[in-house]
Design a protein around this ligand. Structure first.
Ligand code: FE2
Length: 541
């Protein structure tokens, strides 16, 4: 990014004399000769993200009136009042077709914990006003965070995003991935463009643009800063670092070209503070909320994952369960990659906060259709090799660091179902884990259900087809074979709130009744707490 210009410093100094703020700013554009284009509209809303105690990313996108416009210069302003009558900080930033006319500004010099308002201008066009919050610093008594994942535009309306937008007491919203879907679905609820599976840069950009026309998603971004990580559908179904289940080179072309296009569009369209502009594959990063919380966002999907293994049981592909034997025990197989795994372990070791929350894609806890202690060989029949279950040695390494750190909460997306787990690597071993008291548990995990991908009344698609035929019995069956599973719901879309103070973390599972039509309803499905120092769940509703 370019250095702050003299003009920006001057504007900043003038503004700082009016309000108790000393903001500096950096934009993606430079302050040289003004670009030619001066007219366009703000059709995709505003957004903010990756809040730090002194900085936040501001985002918008311009739709130029003339599609041949080479470049545009956009003004932005930020202040303490919603009307922005006296903006504390303003600046200019250039955008162009090379970044799909998206605009990102990393505004620094903010006050910890402060709420701000912001907007953009282009000629006589003014964007909506967005609200954002700098992260608090120092002694923090209480935090409330919203967690969402899996919002499929074609499958459902974003009633969940509207409910979260309406909450006034969230510090930030964490999106655990599947922010877009690349698939070709059409007209479950509404059409999307392009009307085919996204493969090229133009496709992915159009798909983000489609999603961002949604008023509920726009409201979510307008009200809260977002911290996002990708899952698989920002690229292709069940992707890994070298391919994807749904990528066929014969029809989809080179995988790495597709991957580069998907990653570029994601960094353009999401309010993420790109950790490394030379390596867009890297999104893992962490956020500090004073002495209360370290939020560690990981990528268990794209950057370092080895290809998932196939089933290794007698049932073969008919019932694709597997045992932890053979290649599944190979310690060299990675789900995070060597570099990220070391980074995560170091983050856990160095964290001095009361709590550590890990934002994660695929469920970390074991999930089996037949459970037995690991000491008896293999640990039973596991359900999905796409999850951490398919990478047990890597999980063992991370879990050792999790257990040593203590007070760790894992927040997971991807499943389109809600789960609450005591986290243990050998939960069927009664000597290691007590299914009644939770004694032996090393951490807790909450899996957030989809925002819309489940659709209405559809039994989930993340477990094997045979088990889906038994929805009434599924929770009982799963809890019988998985004693560390404390809650399971596979019928609803929704979101999860984390309410955090020094004494406990409380998770609230909220559900919406329908996504095929607009609805203002929501209901509280379950409440769990993990008390300080206990590493286990207690139901509280
Ligand atoms: Fe999903």
């Amino acid at each position: 990014m370019p250095p702050v210009t003299r003009r920006e410093v001057l504007r900043t100094t003038l503004a700082a004399s009016l309000l108790p703020l000393l903001p500096a700013c950096r934009g993606d554009g430079d302050d040289g000769a003004a670009p030619a284009g001066t007219s366009g509209r703000f059709l995709h809303g505003v957004a903010s993200g990756d809040p730090l105690p002194d900085a936040v990313i501001l985002w918008t996108r311009v739709t130029p009136d003339d599609p041949l416009t080479a470049a545009l210069r956009v003004e932005w302003e930020l202040g303490l009042d919603p009307e922005l009558a006296r903006p504390a900080l303003s600046g200019r930033v250039d955008t162009d077709a090379g970044r799909d006319y998206t605009v990102k500004v990393d505004v620094s010099g903010l006050q910890p914990g402060q709420t701000y308002y912001y907007r953009f201008r282009l000629g006589d066009q003014v964007s909506p006003v967005g609200r954002t919050r700098a992260a608090p610093a120092g002694a923090v008594e209480h935090l409330r965070l919203g967690f969402v994942t899996c919002g499929d535009y074609a499958r459902g309306l974003f009633n969940v995003y509207r409910r979260v937008a309406e909450r006034d007491d969230l510090q930030a919203v964490i999106h655990l991935g599947d922010y877009i879907y690349e698939n070709a679905r059409q007209n479950d609820v509404r059409p999307q463009v392009p009307p085919r599976e996204a493969v090229t840069l133009a496709d992915y950009r159009l798909r983000y643009a489609t999603f961002r026309t949604d008023p509920d998603l726009q409201a979510l971004h307008r009200q809260h800063p977002m911290i996002w990580i990708w899952d698989d559908h920002e690229l292709a179904n069940n992707s890994w670092s070298g391919g994807a289940e749904d990528h066929d080179p014969a029809s989809d072309g080179d995988f790495f070209l597709r991957r580069a296009s998907a990653f570029r569009a994601a960094h353009e369209w999401l309010p993420v503070r790109t950790p490394d502009h030379a390596d867009l594959a890297r999104i893992y990063r962490s956020f500090r909320y004073g002495d209360l919380l370290d939020l560690i966002m990981i990528d268990a999907r794209q950057v370092g994952r080895d290809r998932p293994l196939a089933s290794n049981t007698l049932f073969g592909e008919e019932v694709p369960v597997f045992t932890q034997t053979g290649d599944y025990t190979d310690p060299a197989r990675q789900i995070l990659g060597v570099e990220q795994e070391q980074w995560l372990i170091e983050q856990l070791r160095q964290s001095g906060a009361r709590w550590r929350v890990i934002g994660n894609q695929v469920y970390f806890s074991p999930l089996k259709v037949l459970g037995s202690p690991r000491s008896l060989g293999g640990g039973g029949l596991y359900l999905s090799s796409d999850k951490w279950d398919g990478y047990a040695p890597a999980r063992d390494r991370v879990l050792a660091a999790v257990a040593e750190a203590g007070n760790v909460v894992i927040m997971t997306g991807d499943a389109h179902e809600a789960y609450a787990f005591d986290v243990h690597d050998d939960p069927n071993n009664a000597l290691a884990y007590n299914r009644l008291t939770g004694e032996g548990s090393k951490a807790v995990e909450f899996v957030v259900t989809s925002a819309s991908t489940r659709g209405d009344g559809v039994v989930g698609d993340s477990l094997s087809a045979r088990l889906q035929q038994l929805p009434d019995n599924l929770e009982q069956l799963l809890r019988l074979t998985n004693p560390h599973l404390k809650y399971y719901n596979n019928t609803r879309n929704g979101y999860t709130l984390l309410d955090i103070d020094a004494e406990r973390v409380q998770a609230q599972f909220w559900f919406v009744p329908i996504v095929s039509q607009p609805s203002d309803e929501e209901s509280l499905g379950a409440v769990f707490e993990c008390a300080h120092g206990t590493q286990r769940l207690q139901r509280r509703d």
